[in-house]
Design a protein around this ligand. Structure first.
Ligand code: NAP
Length: 312
């Protein structure tokens, strides 16, 4: 019964920027412990462990975990949590590969545990509104522009450049999580161009061409980490009925035919925890792998071009 005692696994930027406050203000979850490879003490947190196995042994009251580590570590941490009988919230992306993600879905199901693959960008009210307005429509064009400064948004994060680190797909998958949530058609990758710095494994920029069923005319996405100054997180959709929907600010604001119809302060993480609580109460899971599938397909069919080396 609530409050659910929850542990954070992986104490990096997102755990500190968003999860802590969302948990503390949830009224449903209580932060019982944190597991971190580098943080030895955390103000206000009594139980800090360096290994999750130690936490499961010494803090048996922990009923669920939020895994906020880098994606490469996500599968092993989630598997250990499920085998320890804990419900799991996964930060996005749900795993480093589709195979890992599917294995976690099956493991959670076979143990009767909740697995929540969180897509924070989907929690915006404007995204929900866009999905409602596109219901029954046919999409003619889709143009995703997701450009930001990697030095501002991922300062010093070397893991994003490793194989399995996602590169610019780390923010780009947020756009894909919105696209797959709001489009009334199934989208899939037809073409991809990956620009990879000569000293790195993962792309700094990506251009995608999508197909859809039913077919659209021109469906594209551009992700770029080389933008300096303000970021651009926009999705523009034209429907066959002549409507133009423009989502900006990462999904926080929706304009239809030039008129703002929804804009709300970001409640992404409080809403994610509310959804997690709902799933726990129902004994259900929610792990939509479509955004990860699009990224995997882009790597599978993408042309690679080498670009100038990158360093922070
Ligand atoms: P991050 O800050 O690089 O943290 C990733 C991991 O690195 C942490 O879990 C932590 O693990 C370790 N770490 C962090 N700071 C460290 C330090 N000073 N010294 C040594 N190790 C350190 O990455 P993140 O931005 O939190 O991203 C984690 C996941 O959240 C990613 O999948 C990302 O896509 C997602 N996410 C991020 C954002 C964002 O705005 N940053 C937004 C939404 C989702 P230990 O505690 O175990 O050492």
């Amino acid at each position: 019964m609530p409050p659910y005692k929850l542990a954070i696994i992986g104490y990096g930027k997102i755990a500190q920027d968003q999860h802590l406050l969302a948990i503390q203000s949830s009224g449903v979850f209580e932060l019982a412990a944190v597991t971190s490879g580098h943080a030895k003490t955390i103000p206000g947190v009594e139980k800090v462990f360096s290994k999750d196995a130690q936490m499961y042994a010494e803090a048996p009251e922990v009923a669920c975990v939020a895994i906020c580590s880098a994606p490469a570590k996500r599968f092993d941490a989630a598997r250990r949590a499920l085998l320890a009988g804990k419900h799991v919230l996964l930060e996005k992306p749900p795993a480093a590969t589709l195979g890992e993600a599917r294995a976690l879905v099956n493991l959670a199901q076979s143990h009767g545990l909740t697995l929540f693959g969180a897509w924070h960008a989907r929690a915006n009210p404007a995204v929900v509104e866009a999905a409602a307005r596109l219901k029954g429509e046919q999409v003619a064009t889709l143009s995703v522009t997701w450009k930001e400064d990697v030095r501002k948004w991922h300062p010093g994060q070397e893991w994003v450049w490793d194989a399995g680190g996602f590169g610019v797909f780390d923010p780009g998958i947020n756009a894909l999580s919105i696209v797959t949530a709001i489009l009334p058609a199934e989208v899939f990758v037809r073409t991809a161009k990956l620009s990879i710095p000569s000293n790195r494994q993962s792309p700094i920029a990506v251009e995608l061409g999508f197909g859809s069923e039913p077919p659209g005319d021109i469906l594209t996405a551009i992700f770029d980490w080389r933008q300096t100054g303000p970021q651009t997180w926009n999705i523009e959709i034209q429907t066959r009925s002549g409507r133009t929907l423009l989502l900006t600010e990462g999904g926080a604001k929706l304009e239809v035919d030039g008129q703002t119809v929804k804009t709300a302060p970001s409640r992404e993480y409080p809403d994610l925890y509310a959804r997690f609580a709902e799933l726990l109460a129902k004994g259900a899971s929610d792990a939509d792998l479509r955004p990860l599938e699009l990224v995997a397909d882009a790597f599978m069919c993408g042309e690679r071009q080498q670009v100038e080396p990158f360093s922070f």
